[in-house]
Design a binder for this molecule. Sequence first.
Ligand SMILES: [Zn+2]
Length: 95
Amino acid sequence: MELPRCWNCNHQFVWKDLCFRIKPCPSCGESQYLTKGSRNKALLFTPICSIFIVAMIILDINNIITACITGVLLLAIYTICPFIYQFTDREQPFI
Ligand SMILES: [Zn+2]
């Protein structure tokens, strides 16, 4: 897996520029917008996480274990999401 590149100058981003917030390209300064496909892939993690959390609550798993697993899931999402991103020059509609 490779980190995404700027749509304008092809500069390859580093992970820390994308993990919490998508920043403009450090090389050319252009704003980066997620493509519709990559945004949809990133959004797939939300229901997966929700199902895990609801399942742990239904199964009456210890709150501390639930919190730990939720933390690990969030960390995994923040780690993986930048590798899914692809950028374009303009914001694309959700649908
Ligand atoms: Zn650039």
